[in-house]
Design a protein around this ligand. Sequence first.
Ligand code: F0G
Length: 465
Amino acid sequence: MENKKTNRLRTLTEPFKIKVVEPLKVTTEEYREKALATAGYNTFLLSAKDVFIDLLTDSGTGAMSDHQWSAIMLGDESYAGARSWEKLEAVTKDLTGMPYVLPTHQGRAAERILYSTIGGKGKFFISNTHFDTTRANIEFVGSTAIDIVCEEAQDNQSDAPFKGNIDLKKLRALIAEHGKENIAAVIMTVTNNSSGGQPVSMENYKEVRRICDENGLFLVMDGCRVAENSYFIHHREPGYNTKSFREIAQEMFSLSDAFVMSAKKDGLVNMGGLLTLRDSELAVQCKNLLIISEGFATYGGLSGRDMEALAVGLVEVFDEDYLHYRIKSTTYLGEGLRKKGIPVVWPIGGHAVYIDAKELYKNIPLKEYPGQALVCDLYLKGGIRAVEVGSVMFGKYDENGELIPAEKELVRLAIPRRVYTQSHIDYVLDVFDDIIEMRDQKTRGFEITYEPPFLRHFTANFKPL
Ligand code: F0G
């Protein structure tokens, strides 16, 4: 893509400079071998001090700006009606156009409140792809979560620009099959995290709105990366390159009945979440749950200073230079890996690069979790922490206890916002040379030795085979 500003034509440079540094510990492979064994071969259970480059998640791991840090000093910690709440509420209403704003401590609290209110036994939720906590919150209240990402997303290599889209044909078919009265909501995840951080087009979103209108269905935007999604629409969808990123996001909000946000992503804060609604009755019900479980309606799960930082973050995230750098630096990593012959989900998404571990570690059987094997190797070889998004995260068992593998075996390298520099990313690329050297000899993976009933990937233990 051609850049408007000359400095963007050269090396991809960070549009910020560093004011505070956080030292990283350099470790040996031998050290990491021990650390990994102690963690039960689950990188979620590692001590972060033993991780060199932490690409586990882009959630809550970003660096705040000087403006955000100074806003923190303005935090009004009044229990009710704090100034900081008024600021956050105004910024959120202005952005989303929704009249009811509920602050939560993070995204999943907003999900739990909304989905337990509109869901329940026998209800169905249909999504392009539910994120794991979304699915868990839905299943926890006895509802069923169905993913119907578009056909183009099946092909990891094609250039299709909007692989995060929902399959509209399947959406219509599911409504007919289950009956519109049994469908609690359609949830559009933008960008589509679990299917590769891929964007959703406005055209697709508008069609979903139309189908929801025809059937009286409730449309929720799970929009924790809505600014990143807007960047892709601006650059890839006809008719949008004259609209600002914020205007594009606002058009998408205008099509939605509710907005659930983990502010730890495009809110540019380390903790926080939002639920915004249009319907006053639903807002009252949700507010009751908010007060029971999170906190009073004017702070939810947040302190005054958290709300200050979020109010600034929701504006900063739409900054043109920031978003350009953000998306381009993720692309830089993805393109670099692809050049080395690493199979990556293509095109590169917004917040992360997804590696096809089934393809990379072809000789490891699916029931031995090739994605987990890659995650462990990245840590051993380079101190890099990544996350498996495959059968460890989404696998199920059949009645004989045999693994029903997930559709894909991906490994995600998520990029924290404004944290790592290009040289860190170059280091990650270097570590993959070791992976390439080993790939053909890898024939065995892992066995699960412990797992909890929900969200097993967080706490499962593994044994190398
Ligand atoms: N929805 C999406 C699309 C997410 O990516 C996440 C979190 C949530 C909801 C839940 O938000 O963590 O604030 O409770 N994703 C993180 C990740 C954890 O690593 O992708 P939360």
